[in-house]
Design a protein around this ligand. Sequence first.
Ligand code: ADP
Ligand code: MG
Length: 699
Amino acid sequence: MRPSILDPLFGRAEALPGVGPKTAILLNRLLAKAGGEARAVDLLFHAPINVVDRRTRPTLKDAPLDTLVLIKVRVAEHRRPERNAKGPFKVLVEDETGDAVLVFFLANTEWIERSLPIGATRWVSGRLELYDGHRQIVHPDRVLDEAGLAKLPLVEPVHGLTEGLQQRFMQKAIEGALERLPNLPEWQNPTVLAANKLGGFGESLRLLHHPREPGDIAPTSLARQRLALDELLAQQLALRLMRGKLRRAPGREHRSAGRLAAAIEANLPFELTGAQKRTLDEIRADLSSDQRMLRLVQGDVGSGKTIVAALAMAHVAEAGRQAALMAPTEILARQHFERLEPIFDAAGLSTVLLTGRAKLSERPGLRAQISSGETRIIIGTHALITGGVMFDDLGLAVVDEQHRFGVTQRLALGAKGEAADVLVMTATPIPRSLALALFGDMDSSVLDEKPPGRTPIKTRALPQSRIGEVVDGLKRALESGARAYWVCPLVEENEDLDLAAAEERFEDLKRIFGERVGLVHGRMKGAEKDAAMEAFQKGETRILVATTVIEVGVDVPEATIMVIEHAERFGLAQLHQLRGRVGRGCGESSCLLLYKGPLGEAAGARLTTLRQTEDGFRIAEEDLRLRGEGEILGVRQAGLPGFRLADIVAHARLLATARDDAELILRRDPDLTSERGQALRVLLYLFDRDEAVKLLRAG
Ligand code: ADP
Ligand code: MG
């Protein structure tokens, strides 16, 4: 039972003062778990991603580029899009030192005329950039007159939004949530707090949402560190409790002569690599022992993790038990199913696919196949751990691309079976220093060898202005049968503008390449997404324009070209993942990184690293080093999911602190019954780690 002190924070966001039904829908879309509703606590943990600093008010000439600025300007001219044209509405503004263009896509003309009448003086804030040599601000986040400006704080937080949601509604909602924040008991060790100069939870949360200076929202700020430490402690406690449960139950021995696995292996069109064989030996030894397996398989993209998992699953199936493979996305689960089903079938094993998108009418049948034990090989998404799926006798749980799952989800699949063995696979090479803290005493195998015959991927970085050459190159490549991905990243903080950009690129390319171009993005309905992926897999489309949905795991060996727009906005690890989508077959592959200059130092270093190496571990270390050196704001980093406030790189030291503390706590008070233990239960609920609380013995 959730401690009642938290009730005000777990109420629906919709019930907060100042949140109307419309805002509530948008907040749900942005912050709630799939199908759920946003709660006050989700607002509190929605950390600002930037600030508007109104303390300095530069002239246009002196205003810094590519960052949020506040400028005082006179409205000079309105430039409407031509009739029926899809172009933006532009407003020309100026001061004594220069001019700039305010750009509005899908503009609300009335609003512009009202808020920016010609001749008026206005304060405008937004991200100032140089475009074709002219200063511009796309979608200013504020347009104010003198009186409006006077009402605003000097340093104002900026939050990630979703289409239709405005900063001020977000801020109102967060204020409402802050008002509900109860005085919570301290769960941290006072000595740890003092040693790190950290303040209280509530105080830190208030400071995060009411920054006094820009640094207050940075990961290195004391406020953010305190909150990160809380989140990390909750995670470490949950991890230990889950693992404790898995380890407490003794494992089972899966006896198999390896006949099915051998049959499968004999049918493969390739030889296993040395690393695959070694990893399989390690896994088989675990499976054959009566110790419970908890093993992490780390292997760079394309290192061939899937077949390793399949052979381990065959081992368990031969022993008469079930094996399940859980993938983080629908696309991946289907892909695994399509690849593996024929392989298992040839060895006489039937396979079932269960995802959230299985038809309602089919679900009972699928579930029955699983619960009766009729089917031993099960592939699916997290639908496998929700919705009351019962296994007959789950012997092995494989979790693919684990970095997309939270700790508890990862282990929850294992908890579905009686002493099920757990194998987690990740393509995110985690520097050893972090792996230990994140996974604790999990055993690990490393696939450090790529299948043979892969030619290195030619990687080039080009300024966006040379996009024409890229298109010409594509024309030639397509004529000789090539297939290409074209990635349009998230650029603005606004999902819909991003989609608009991807759709626009799709239309552009379609004008050139006709029906050979497909599009896939995160907002598409599942079936549409599948259809787009399938058409590309089959070669019906030759160019797949995509947002980062394709980042993880998708395997189309025929694709040999990867174009990434705005590569400067991606983190290194993400670029590496994206590039890993090509170079999977034997054809020569290339990766073109289009960037918008001028490149910052860190962005330049990232692109250089990528050109120099394909070694995921080296890239991960470099990523850590570059990120460690700052560049805190601005670039969207691919942090580890499951964390809302902690950044695994910026807070690596705190992670170690949390790990040590969690160990000590559970050694002294394994069921969290002491006074501090009770406070820690509050912490676990606060960060949605309540599955872990259920594992405690006493209430
Ligand atoms: P990842 O480790 O990224 O999940 P996959 O398991 O999807 O990689 O494998 C990538 C591709 O390499 C697949 O097409 C797979 O069939 C192929 N592959 C796997 N192992 C080998 C091998 N030993 N030799 C040749 N190709 C292999
Ligand atoms: Mg994979």
